[in-house]
Design a protein around this ligand. Structure first.
Ligand SMILES: *[C@@H]1O[C@H](CO)[C@@H](O)[C@H](O)[C@H]1NC(C)=O
Ligand SMILES: *[C@@H]1O[C@H](CO)[C@@H](O)[C@H](O)[C@H]1NC(C)=O
Ligand SMILES: *[C@@H]1O[C@H](CO)[C@@H](O)[C@H](O)[C@H]1NC(C)=O
Ligand SMILES: *[C@@H]1O[C@H](CO)[C@@H](O)[C@H](O)[C@H]1NC(C)=O
Ligand SMILES: *[C@@H]1O[C@H](CO)[C@@H](O)[C@H](O)[C@H]1NC(C)=O
Ligand SMILES: *[C@@H]1O[C@H](CO)[C@@H](O)[C@H](O)[C@H]1NC(C)=O
Ligand SMILES: *[C@@H]1O[C@H](CO)[C@@H](O)[C@H](O)[C@H]1NC(C)=O
Ligand SMILES: *[C@@H]1O[C@H](CO)[C@@H](O)[C@H](O)[C@H]1NC(C)=O
Ligand SMILES: *[C@@H]1O[C@H](CO)[C@@H](O)[C@H](O)[C@H]1NC(C)=O
Ligand SMILES: *[C@@H]1O[C@H](CO)[C@@H](O)[C@H](O)[C@H]1NC(C)=O
Ligand SMILES: *[C@@H]1O[C@H](CO)[C@@H](O)[C@H](O)[C@H]1NC(C)=O
Ligand SMILES: *[C@@H]1O[C@H](CO)[C@@H](O)[C@H](O)[C@H]1NC(C)=O
Length: 741
C-alpha cells in the first residue's frame, strides 16, 4: 500500500514569458481599486534604455519608473524588436541598454550606507539588435557584479528572445551607493532592461552582512495561486514569489481567510502567502520539493541556504508532525507547524553544498501529512573584495566630474576588483583587511583643461600625481600634500605663484616637482623648471643608475681583489693560519711571512727537487735551516702533505735530518729542516766539494738501512739497491755496485 507514497513536484523556472506580467497586470489592476498601496519610499526603479527623462507610472504596480541617464555612463539604448513589442506587458521590457564597449559597465544607485537592500536586475533580450543572439546556437552570456564582487552570470544561450530573466540579490550597501556592474565575458554584448532597489528592514535576513550577500536561487509560494508571480503590492518588499508550478493530485491545496499571525520580523512573509499552503492526500506521507537548478543556471558550485515558511491553516486539531530532509540528511527533525501562526525554519548562515532537494516526511506519531506555504532558497555570495577607501573613491570621482572624464573606463569602483581598476590609477592592496587606497594618478596627456582639481589634495594616500601634457590653467592651490612624493605638472598652462608648502617640500627633497613647460616657469630658473631634467631625468635615471651601479660594483670588485692580492702579507697569512686546523704535533708552525723573513725573501736557493725548491734560511736563534717550499702544482695535490709532516715530525734518528717546522695554508706549503751545510746526499754521492770514499759510502748505506722507517731493501744482481722509501715518493739513496747513485 505504500508504493506510491511519495508525491514529487519540482520546478526549474527562473525566467518567464512576457505574458506573466500581463496576467499580473490584470489581477493587480482589479486589486488596486480596493486596496491602498503600501509605501514605496526608498524604492529605486530604473527603466534601462528609457530615454524620456520624465518618469512614468507602471500600469500594473503603480510604481514610478525613471530613465537610467543619471545612474549609468556609456552604453546604448535600444528598443526590443517590433514584433515582440506588441507582446510586451510593461514599459520596462520594451527598452534596454547595451554595453558594446568596456569590460565592465556599472550602474550606481543611491543608497544608505549599511542598509540592507533587495536588488533586482531584469533582462529581456527581445532581439533588439535583430541578430537573434539567444537562438543562433552560440553562447550568449555575461556576468554581474554586485559592487566589487561577483554575483552571477546571466546565461541567455538558447532562450526565447521574449523571455524575461531576473536576478535578485540581498546585500548590505557598503557606502552611499550600491553598484551593479555588467561584465563582458566576450560571449555577446551585455545588456539590461530594468533595475529595482528595495530597502529591507534591518532585522530581515540576519545572516546577510557586509561580508555575506545572498542571491535568490528560487523563491516559491504554494497552494492554489493564480498569479505566476506575486510581488508588490502583495509583498511590501517587492520580492518575486513564483507560483509552485505543479500542485496536481496527490498534492492538495489549502487556503484560509483567517488571519495568520506572523510574530517574526525576519522574513515578513506577506499574509496572503501564509493564507495558502500545499499538503498531500492523507494516505501519503512524503512530500518532495525539488528546486532544480533553473535553466541556464549553474547550480553545481553554489552554496545554498533554504528557508521554509510554515503555518498550519487547517482547522483540524489533529497532530501534524514531519521531518525535513535534504539530499544529505535530516535538516529539521520532528517539526510541527503552529496553527494560524507562521514559523520559518532555516539555519542561519549555514550554507549547504547539496542540491536543493527537500523531502518533508510525516513522522510515525503524526495524524496529518506534511504541509508547506513558501520556500526561499538563496545562494551565498562572498563579499570578500573590498571597495576602494570611500574618501579616495569620492575624491577621484570628483576629479572625474571636474575634468569630464566620461570617455575613460572610469566606471564602478576605482580600485576593485583589481582587473577592472581604473586606467591610470595604481592602488595599494597590501593591507588585506583594509580598503584599497589610491597611490598613483596618471592623467598625463588626457586633454584636461581648466583649473587644478583640488580634490587631489585631499587624497591622503596619493604619492604620485602626473598631470603633465594637458591644458591646465590657473594656479597650483596651496593645500597640504603630506603623502605626495612626485608631482608632475609639466607642459600645462599653469601660472601664478608656486605655493610655499610645495616649494618647501621640494627644497627639503621630499617632493619631486616638475613644472617645466608652464608659464609659471618663464622667469624661474629652478631645477623643477628646467627642461633638461624633464626629458632626461626619468628615462636616464632608469637607465644610467643601474649602469653606473653595476660598473661601480665591478670596479670595486677589481680594486678589492687587487688590494687583497697586493696585501700578500701577514694579515691574510695569519687569517689563513687561523682557519686551518692545526696539526697536533709539537714542531713549530711557520707563517709565510716568517718564512719570507727567515729566508731573506727566498734569496738563496740551495737545491731544487721534484718537490720544489729548497732555500737557505736562518732562524731567530741563528740556527741554519733548509726551507723546502713545495711547488704550487704540488700544493694542489698535497693531500698527503700533512700525514707526511706528521710522520716526519715523529721520526728522530741520528741519520735523518730533523724537521724543525712546517708552513701549511692555502698560500704556503713548506718544510723546514736543519740545514746540512755539505749539501744533500745526492751532491755528496755524485762528488763535488766533498767526495766520499767507498767506506764512507758503505757507512751511509748501512746507516740508511738502519733508519727506522725504511720500507725496503732490494737486492738484485748484479746490483744491490738499497732503497729507503719514505712513503711512496722519496727514494733516499741508491746503492750500486759502482757506488752510490
Ligand atoms: C489514496 O487514497 C485515494 C482515495 O482517497 C486513492 O485514490 C489513492 O489511490 C490512494 N493512494 C494510495 C497510494 O493508496
Ligand atoms: C516624455 O514624456 C512626457 C510625458 O510622458 C511627454 O509629454 C513627452 O513628450 C515625452 N518626450 C519625448 C521626447 O518623448
Ligand atoms: C498603460 O496604460 C496606458 C493607458 O492607461 C496605455 O496607454 C499603455 O499602453 C499601458 N501600458 C502598457 C505597457 O500596457
Ligand atoms: C532565430 O534563430 C532560430 C534558429 O536559428 C530560428 O528558428 C528563428 O526563426 C530565428 N528568429 C528570428 C527572429 O530570426
Ligand atoms: C575578488 O577580486 C579578484 C581579483 O581582483 C577576483 O579574482 C575574485 O573573483 C573576486 N572575488 C569575488 C568574490 O568576486
Ligand atoms: C483554485 O482556486 C480557484 C478559485 O480561486 C478555483 O476556481 C480552482 O478550482 C482552484 N483550483 C484548485 C486546483 O484547487
Ligand atoms: C549556458 O546555458 C547553455 C544552455 O543551457 C548551456 O549549455 C551552457 O553550458 C551554459 N553556460 C554556462 C557558462 O553556464
Ligand atoms: C483539515 O481538517 C479536517 C478536520 O478538521 C480534516 O478532515 C481534513 O482532512 C484536513 N484537511 C487536510 C487537507 O489536511
Ligand atoms: C480544536 O480545539 C479547540 C480547543 O482546543 C476547539 O475550540 C476547537 O473547536 C477544536 N476544533 C476542532 C475542529 O475540533
Ligand atoms: C557575516 O555573516 C556570516 C554568516 O552569515 C558570518 O560568518 C560572518 O562572521 C559575518 N561577518 C560579519 C562581518 O559580521
Ligand atoms: C578636503 O578636506 C577638507 C577637510 O579635511 C575639507 O574642508 C575640504 O572641503 C576637502 N576638499 C575637497 C575638495 O573635498
Ligand atoms: C590644448 O588646447 C589646445 C586648444 O585649446 C589644443 O590645440 C591643444 O592640443 C591642447 N593641448 C593638449 C596637450 O591637450
Amino acid at each position: 500500500t505504500q508504493q506510491h507514497q511519495m508525491a514529487t513536484s519540482f520546478s526549474c523556472s527562473a525566467s518567464t514569458k512576457l505574458t506573466w506580467i500581463f496576467a499580473l497586470l490584470l489581477i493587480l489592476a482589479t486589486m488596486i481599486q480596493v486596496r491602498a498601496q503600501p509605501p514605496t519610499a526608498g524604492f529605486v526603479n530604473i527603466d534601462c534604455g528609457w530615454t524620456n527623462s520624465s518618469a512614468y507610472i507602471d500600469n500594473a504596480t503603480r510604481i514610478v519608473y525613471r530613465f537610467d541617464g543619471e545612474s549609468v555612463e556609456g552604453g546604448l539604448s535600444h528598443e526590443i524588436s517590433e514584433e515582440l513589442m506588441a507582446g510586451a506587458a510593461n514599459e520596462q521590457q520594451k527598452t534596454l541598454r547595451s554595453f558594446p564597449d568596456g569590460s565592465r559597465n556599472c550602474y550606481t544607485l543611491t543608497s544608505i550606507v549599511g542598509k540592507k537592500y533587495l536588488l533586482r536586475a531584469l533582462f529581456t533580450y527581445g532581439n533588439y539588435d535583430g541578430l537573434n543572439k539567444t537562438m543562433d546556437g552560440s553562447p550568449f552570456l555575461f556576468g554581474l557584479h554586485i559592487g566589487v564582487n561577483f554575483w552571477e552570470s546571466v546565461n541567455l544561450t538558447n532562450t526565447d528572445p521574449s523571455d524575461t530573466v531576473w536576478k535578485e540579490v540581498i546585500t548590505v550597501a557598503p557606502s552611499n551607493a550600491v553598484s551593479v556592474c555588467l561584465i563582458n565575458f566576450g560571449s555577446g554584448t551585455p545588456f539590461i532592461s530594468a533595475l529595482e532597489l528595495r530597502p529591507l528592514e534591518d532585522t530581515m535576513y540576519p545572516f546577510v552582512n557586509t561580508s555575506v550577500s545572498i542571491s535568490n536561487f528560487q523563491r516559491f509560494r504554494f497552494g492554489n495561486v493564480t498569479d505566476p508571480i506575486t510581488r508588490y503590492p502583495t509583498d511590501n518588499y517587492d520580492r518575486f514569489w513564483e507560483r509552485w508550478p505543479d500542485t496536481s493530485y496527490p498534492w492538495i491545496n489549502l487556503n484560509t481567510n483567517n488571519k495568520v499571525e506572523s510574530l517574526d520580523n525576519v522574513f515578513n512573509v506577506p499574509a496572503d502567502i501564509l493564507q495558502k499552503a500545499s499538503t498531500i492526500d492523507t494516505n501519503y506521507s512524503h512530500m518532495s520539493v525539488i528546486v532544480a537548478t533553473g535553466r541556464n543556471q549553474d547550480g553545481k558550485s553554489l552554496q545554498l541556504l533554504p528557508i521554509f515558511h510554515f503555518a498550519d491553516i487547517n482547522e483540524s486539531n489533529l497532530s501534524r508532525r514531519f521531518d525535513i530532509y535534504n539530499a544529505e540528511g535530516l535538516l529539521f527533525p520532528d517539526f510541527s507547524p503552529l496553527r494560524f501562526q507562521m514559523v520559518s525554519k532555516y539555519k542561519s548562515g549555514e550554507f549547504l553544498h547539496a542540491d536543493a532537494f527537500f523531502n518533508l516526511s510525516k513522522t510515525p506519531s503524526s495524524s496529518l501529512p506534511p504541509l508547506i506555504n513558501a520556500l526561499e532558497v538563496y545562494s551565498l555570495i562572498r563579499m570578500d573584495n573590498l571597495t576602494t577607501d570611500s574618501d579616495d573613491a569620492n575624491y577621484i570621482k570628483e576629479v572625474k566630474t571636474h575634468y569630464s572624464l566620461a570617455q575613460r573606463n572610469w566606471n564602478g569602483d576605482p580600485c576593485s576588483p583589481r582587473e577592472y581598476s581604473w586606467e591610470g590609477l595604481t592602488c595599494d592592496y597590501s593591507k588585506s583587511n583594509q580598503n584599497p587606497r589610491i597611490v598613483t594618478v596618471n592623467l598625463s596627456t588626457s586633454r584636461l583643461r581648466g583649473g587644478f582639481a583640488i580634490s587631489f589634495m585631499n587624497m591622503t594616500s596619493l604619492e604620485n600625481l602626473d598631470l603633465s601634457h594637458n591644458n591646465l590653467t590657473g594656479a597650483i592651490p596651496d593645500y597640504q600634500l603630506q603623502s605626495l612624493k612626485f608631482l608632475d605638472l609639466s607642459n600645462n598652462k599653469l601660472d601664478g605663484a608656486i605655493p610655499d608648502s610645495i616649494l618647501q617640500r621640494f627644497q627639503a627633497g621630499s617632493l619631486d616637482l616638475r613644472l617645466e613647460g608652464n608659464p609659471v616657469c618663464s622667469n624661474v630658473k629652478d631645477t623643477y623648471c628646467s627642461k633638461k631634467k624633464n626629458t632626461t631625468s626619468t628615462v636616464l635615471i632608469a637607465v644610467i643608475v643601474p649602469v653606473v651601479l653595476v660598473s661601480l660594483l665591478v670596479v670595486m670588485g677589481i680594486l678589492w681583489k687587487l688590494y687583497r692580492e697586493g696585501k700578500s702579507g701577514d694579515d691574510e697569512d695569519s687569517a689563513m693560519y687561523e682557519e686551518e686546523t692545526p696539526l697536533h704535533i709539537d714542531i713549530r708552525r711557520f707563517t709565510y711571512a716568517e718564512l719570507k723573513h727567515i729566508t731573506n725573501d727566498f734569496q738563496s736557493i740551495v737545491g731544487k727537487g721534484g718537490f720544489g725548491t729548497v732555500y737557505h734560511g736562518t732562524l731567530e736563534n741563528d740556527d741554519e735551516v733548509a726551507v723546502k717550499v713545495l711547488m704550487e702544482t704540488s700544493i694542489a695535490e698535497s693531500t698527503d702533505f700533512l700525514p707526511e709532516v706528521q710522520t716526519l715530525s715523529k721520526v728522530h734518528h741520528k741519520n735523518l735530518v730533523t724537521l724543525q717546522g712546517y708552513c701549511q695554508n692555502k698560500k704556503c706549503l713548506a718544510l723546514v729542516y736543519d740545514f746540512m751545510p755539505r749539501g744533500n746526499l745526492q751532491q755528496l754521492l755524485r762528488g763535488g766539494d766533498y767526495s766520499l770514499n767507498w767506506e764512507q759510502r758503505l757507512h751511509i748505506a748501512l746507516d740508511a738501512a738502519q733508519g727506522p722507517h725504511f720500507s725496503c731493501v732490494f737486492a738484485f744482481r748484479p746490483c744491490m739497491y738499497v732503497c729507503v722509501f719514505f712513503f711512496s715518493r722519496s727514494c733516499m739513496c741508491v746503492l750500486t755496485k759502482d757506488g752510490f747513485e
